[in-house]
Design a protein around this ligand. Structure first.
Ligand SMILES: *Cc1c(COP(=O)(O)O)cnc(C)c1O
Length: 399
């Protein structure tokens, strides 16, 4: 490491609140599926800013669209219409089949809005304010109080109580456990279609279908969090589209802006017409012209560059190559995941492997202490997969 990099890291640790144990590199720029640190060292990136940079770094068309918008206007206010937001809203309706959208600045805020919409929907039915929401163990929905309250990891919540009230937890893929938490106060069930931070657990089709049926029978709203698993990553624009189970409310963020901080919650007409109205919810920045210019270009490029087709072409190959590692090393227990959202489950902590890989120019990340998570840019090729596997393999051999 250069002296310059060392100095920057020291300065960072003196100024930034230490809420992350950061990897010891200072990143400078990106190009395609590669990142470069300030010493000029190249890294093959299988993290994509945690499932964000779907299109790869330094995409010229995307950059040009943002620059053009910067020269027009960056921000107005949600009290006025602007063309990028109108276009973005139309396009996201089209790809999701949902009916209404509210743009936010982040994933957590999208979750907050989704929870508020669900509570308001229930309130308008019976005038009560003690409705319950069922969330899943091992889920992750964000760090704000509402999102944290439905996050099924007690460790994240512990020091920050009290959480928002009336949340019950059930187990993913265990319908009986969900059923046992349902009562007349239940207004919503929230879950990730494929759990991300909690360890890359896809929902089972039958489970999701049972949940949908339950929600229909009891007029409970199904909220699917697609913030990590959505935007093409699992082989359809949104993972639920692969299951054929449509939510009443869904959230998206991460790859939606491909680097510009933006998220959204989307509602079907039933919920939209019977929940939030003028004055109920708002945001200063959410869906501003710059953010929406990003969404517009992202959704255009997904079509133009056949991003989802690429996911479906490369993902089976990634699975195959990861399966080989499972075969070869007995300390790797199994692979699980969907599309370009994969996890390798170890029988031990993976921090050492990730650090070794970083040394060798490969960026990986964990999901829980024993799982390596693979959430690369969606433009990766088979060759990138081979390169990744060969570096990873060389780190495993010495374990
Ligand atoms: C990242 C993530 C969030 C939180 O999004 P932020 O933009 O970090 O607030 C919520 N849900 C899921 C599934 C996520 O992966």
């Amino acid at each position: 490491m250069s002296e310059m990099m060392e100095t920057y890291i020291k300065e960072a640790e003196n100024a930034l609140l230490h809420t992350y144990n950061r990897y010891q590199i200072v990143l400078d720029k990106g190009d395609g599926v590669y990142l470069y640190d300030i010493d000029g060292k190249e890294y093959l990136d299988f993290v994509a800013g945690i499932a964000v940079f779907a299109l790869g770094y330094n995409n010229k068309e995307y950059n040009d669209a943002l620059k053009a918008q910067i020269d027009k206007v960056l921000h107005t206010s949600n009290y006025y219409y602007n063309v990028p937001a109108i276009e973005a809203a139309k396009k996201i309706k089209e790809v999701s089949g949902m009916d209404r959208v509210f743009f936010t600045n982040s994933g957590a805020e999208a979750i907050e809005g989704a929870l508020k919409a669900a509570r308001k929907y229930a309130f308008l039915k019976d005038g009560k304010t003690d409705h319950e929401i069922i969330a899943m163990n091992h889920s992750f929905h964000g760090r704000t109080f509402g999102a944290l309250s439905v996050t099924g990891n007690p460790h994240y919540r512990e020091a920050f109580g009290p959480m928002i009230g009336n949340i019950r937890f059930a187990d993913l893929n265990d319908f009986e456990s969900v059923l046992s938490q349902v009562n007349e106060k239940t207004c919503a069930i929230i879950m990730e279609t494929v759990q991300g931070e909690g360890g890359i657990f896809p929902a089972e089709k039958e489970f999701l279908e049972q949940i949908r049926k339950l929600c229909d029978e009891r007029d409970i709203l199904l909220i699917l969090d697609e913030i990590q698993c959505g935007m093409g990553r699992c082989g359809a624009m949104f993972a639920w589209q692969k299951y054929g189970v449509k939510p009443d409310i869904m959230t998206t963020a991460k790859a939606l802006g491909c680097g510009v901080p933006v998220g959204a919650f989307l509602l079907n007409e039933k919920v939209a017409a019977n929940s939030l109205v003028a004055g109920d919810h708002g945001t200063t920045y959410g869906g501003n012209p710059l953010a929406c210019a990003a969404i517009n270009k992202v959704l255009d490029l997904f079509k133009q560059d056949n991003i989802i087709e690429n996911v479906n072409e490369v993902a089976p190959y990634l699975e195959e190559r990861l399966n080989e590692l499972v075969e070869r090393y007995d300390f790797i227990l199994f692979r699980r995941g969907m599309g370009l959202m994969q996890g390798l489950v170890f029988d031990r902590p993976v921090a050492e492997v990730i650090n070794k890989a970083l040394d060798k120019g490969l960026i990986l990340i964990n999901a829980g202490s024993d799982i390596i998570r693979f959430v690369p840019p969606l433009v990766i090729t088979r060759k990138n997969v081979d390169d990744m596997i060969s570096i990873l393999d060389s780190c495993l051999g010495s374990l």
